[in-house]
Design a protein around this ligand. Structure first.
Ligand code: FAD
Length: 395
């Protein structure tokens, strides 16, 4: 019986509490996998319902307390990465649900006022409120500064008008952190605003189906009025809130990819040992061994980059732009190669709908696109290199 390599947990990036957390989440993944992986992917209601159920359970189990920072605690990126990697290995939708509670409430954890933290974070961490992060627009994906949603000041309120698309948890979220231009405060001013579901003027215009079944939506804001106290972070500095939040969570996308890749390698090794052809196990062929070796190498390289970025953020630097970009770029591209390799090793079984590697094949694809495409990560790395900022800024 093949097992997953967990020797990385003895690397110097981790403390005892991280090893204990990995053990705990592995137990959660094992216990919940059957129930969380079983839903009709063609039924939006089933996808939404499973996601809600997962969030509630992750809250009950105490896992979501790692997804947000209270008034006295900060986000521990190594913990976020260990949880994402481990959940992704067992239950892709479990990883999605955990990650979105973190990203959706991330602006509040990192930039929110004491009142905003007290009002939203306990519910996010208990799993009684679902969070979402609404930055992208139909004409503003990689180029976030092209966003057209505006928030105009009206006495003690802001009034939002515009459109957001590809919003994860769209349709099931209890609140959205929405980014908008604030033209009254300057041509290049942006704001971040908490908009509760049910606020007049906010509607879910379309549910979006993607290659893997997740809750996603396009949102419309028409004269959507929120109190000025719903603004997160400094007036006019909403882009800093968005980019600062992504800087923390980007390495965790690499961690999810790593979890998918580890699962794919496990499935590939098990199959290669069990499958006999030409009178010997598939694993005895050197071509097979070369493929498995490349997969294992990609996985270790990804793990080193992901946990390097997480460790740097947790221990020495506030911004980890270069490290996080490298971790996300390498781990997501490598996981795509590893999963494709696993599909190939399984032959027809690899493309059978609903099989673990077929699901991973669909799950991995979006990770190379969201929270900054692979091309954008390359541009970020090159920009830092050419600016001579190879060393992380010391906190
Ligand atoms: C499953 C999924 C979930 C998502 N969830 C969220 C969410 O919760 N919240 C949210 O706000 N958004 C979300 N998004 C949106 C995501 O962040 C955007 O799709 C992403 O930023 C890319 O933007 P785009 O799709 O508009 O592509 P574009 O920006 O139009 O890019 C198109 C292509 O151009 C390339 N490109 C961009 N710039 C350059 C350049 N300078 N040189 C060369 N090539 C370039 C890109 O790499 C890409 O290949 C999600 C997307 C997906 C697929």
């Amino acid at each position: 019986m093949a097992t997953v390599d967990r020797s990385f947990l003895s690397w110097p990036f981790f403390e005892e509490r991280h090893r204990a957390l990995a053990e705990e989440i592995d137990g959660v993944g094992r216990a919940e996998a059957a129930s969380w992986n079983e839903f009709d992917e063609d039924d939006q209601g089933a996808v939404d319902g499973t996601c809600r159920r997962i969030v509630q359970r992750l809250g009950q189990l105490g896992v979501l307390r790692h997804a947000c920072a209270g008034t006295d605690a900060k986000l521990d990126v190594r913990s976020l990465c260990i949880i994402r990697e481990t959940l992704a290995r067992h239950v892709p939708l479990g990883d999605f649900a955990f990650a979105m509670q973190g990203l959706g409430s991330g602006p509040i954890s990192l930039f929110g006022s004491a009142e905003q933290k007290a009002r939203y974070l306990p519910r996010v961490s208990q799993g009684s409120a679902i969070a979402a992060f609404a930055l992208s627009e139909p004409h503003a994906g990689s180029d976030v500064t092209a966003m057209q949603t505006v928030a105009r000041r009206d006495d003690a309120h802001y009034v939002l008008d515009g459109e957001k698309t590809w919003i994860s948890n769209g349709g099931i979220a209890d609140f959205y952190v929405v980014f908008a231009r604030t033209p009254d405060e300057g041509e290049r001013a942006f704001g971040a605003f908490i908009v509760d579901t049910g606020t007049a003027g906010l509607t879910v215009a379309e549910r979006i189906r993607s290659v893997a079944a997740h809750p996603l939506a396009r949102l419309l804001f028409k004269k959507c009025r929120v109190p000025a106290s719903a603004q997160v972070g400094e007036t006019g500095k909403g882009l800093r809130v968005a980019l600062g939040t992504l800087d923390v969570f980007r390495s965790t996308v690499g961690a999810a990819a790593l979890g998918f890749a580890r699962r794919a390698l496990l499935e590939a090794v098990q199959h290669a040992r069990a499958r006999r052809l030409f009178d010997q196990p598939l694993s005895e062929f050197q071509l097979t061994q070369a493929r498995l070796a490349d997969m294992a190498l990609d996985i270790d390289a990804s793990a080193l980059l992901v946990y390097r970025a997480a460790w740097v953020r947790d221990t020495i630097a506030d911004r980890v732009t270069r490290e996080a970009a490298m971790a996300k770029l390498y781990a997501t591209e490598a996981a795509q190669r590893t999963i494709d390799g696993a599909v190939q090793l399984l032959g027809a079984l690899g493309v059978r709908h609903g099989s673990p590697v077929e699901r991973l094949y669909r799950e991995i694809r979006s990770l190379r696109i969201y929270e900054g495409t692979s091309e954008v990560q390359r541009l970020v790395i090159a920009r830092e290199l050419l600016a001579g900022e190879a060393e992380p800024a010391r906190a």
